[in-house]
Design a binder for this molecule. Structure first.
Ligand code: NAD
Length: 352
């Protein structure tokens, strides 16, 4: 047992099926009268559905959220906030919609209600990654933590199997890194194992049948737990690699996590005995191989080259990781990281 500090963040979490219909009550409890709804363009209909439920309480819809939270989009949304005297934000959709809501809250301190419909987990964290002039800057601020998180399993039934698989692997990555975080603690480690267990059980079933409500429920429950892990303890090499590949080489967020995770897990395995012990009942004695196999089973992407990364960028990516590394249980060496990225680029099996 190592010493630890455990911090909880105040947020109200509602979980179930058909819960979206109760959002009016949550808006009323927060005393909001003029809500701005934000979403990505693809979730505009969902945003409209939310506006219908809120009636006159929904003053405007801003369906322009985008991956990696571009600051220009946030500035446009803030104009709407000022012009329409908005007193609260409601986001519906994946991490992109929730990122925009958090970016608005950071600058306006408006209360937020978020309805996550992917497994990315942003709703449970004080973290915000924003992009401006081609650079991604990640900050942590309690101001961006949503006041209310409303999980409605029914809204995830429309997620494609490809998005479900990649997003599910993204969630698992949060929990895996929590198990070897420098500031790990027993409560978050319990949540991490439970979250990984729920997702590894649910994802194959979802890919077989996206309408399997039991599996959908397990996956969203797992995503909540994994997001809580991301929000509670520090992340290491895996998140550093994915932030670099996404932020500097434009690779898609969840898919990059899916490809890289078995490789970072294999890299860190020898230096993270607590993680190996904790995962043994769920993933066996070689969790990296187990996740590589899971990725095949659920048809998640397995090679960075299939996500559009050029082979010529491998060394540059390794240099960027080395330039400002996160704490990691195993020391991070340039040659090892270049090899790790090369193997992930080519879709080879993970190697410690
Ligand atoms: P996303 O929000 O772009 O959604 C992924 C895909 O799912 C999109 O194609 C979207 O149209 C689709 N989708 C969403 N809801 C759907 C629904 N109900 N039915 C059908 N399709 C639906 O991406 P994401 O992977 O959810 O989130 C990635 C973003 O979140 C990135 O910007 C990443 O940096 C950020 N993120 C932040 C944190 C944090 O703690 N700050 C954590 C995780 C992810």
């Amino acid at each position: 047992m190592q010493n630890f500090t455990y911090i909880t963040r105040p947020s109200r979490v509602i979980f179930g099926r058909g819960t979206l219909s109760s959002i009016g009550r949550e808006v009323a409890t927060l005393g909001l009268k003029r809500v701005l709804i934000v979403s990505t363009p693809g979730q505009k209909d969902l945003a409209g559905q939310l506006a219908t439920i809120l009636g006159t309480g929904a003053v405007a819809i801003h369906a322009h959220a985008a991956m990696h939270t571009p600051v220009t989009v946030t500035e446009d949304a803030l104009k709407v906030v000022r012009e329409k005297a908005i007193d609260g934000v409601a986001a519906i959709g994946g991490g992109s919609a929730i990122g925009l809501s958090k970016a608005i809250a950071l600058r306006s301190e408006l209360p937020q209600l978020v309805v996550p419909t992917t497994y990315a987990g942003s709703e449970m964290t004080p973290i915000l990654g924003e992009t401006a002039e081609g650079r991604k800057i990640t900050l942590a601020d309690p101001k961006v933590v949503p006041n209310v998180v409303l999980y409605d399993v029914d809204l995830t039934l429309s997620l494609s199997s490809a998005v479900s698989a990649a997003s599910g692997m993204n969630a698992i990555a949060h929990a895996v890194e929590a198990l070897y975080a420098k500031d790990r603690n027993p409560v978050i480690s319990l949540m991490a194992v439970e979250g990984i267990s729920a997702l590894t059980r649910a994802l194959p079933a979802i890919v077989r049948d996206g309408q399997d409500t039991k599996a959908r429920s397990d996956a969203l429950y797992g995503a909540w737990l994994c997001g809580t892990c991301l929000g509670a303890v520090g992340m290491a090499l895996h998140h550093k690699l994915c932030h670099t590949l996404g932020g500097s080489f434009g690779l898609p967020h969840a898919q990059t996590h899916a490809v890289v995770l078995p490789h970072t897990l294999a890299y860190n395995a020898s230096a993270a005995p607590d993680m190996i012990r904790a995962l043994a009942p769920v993933l066996g004695n070689d969790p990296a191989a187990a996740l590589h196999k899971l990725a095949s089973e659920i048809r998640a992407p397995k090679a960075l080259r299939d996500l559009g990364m050029a082979e010529a960028d491998i060394a540059a990516a390794a240099e960027l990781v080395m330039a400002n590394p996160y704490w990691n249980p195993r020391p991070v060496e340039f040659g090892d990281i270049r090899t790790l990225i090369s193997r992930a680029w080519a879709g080879e099996a993970p190697q410690g």
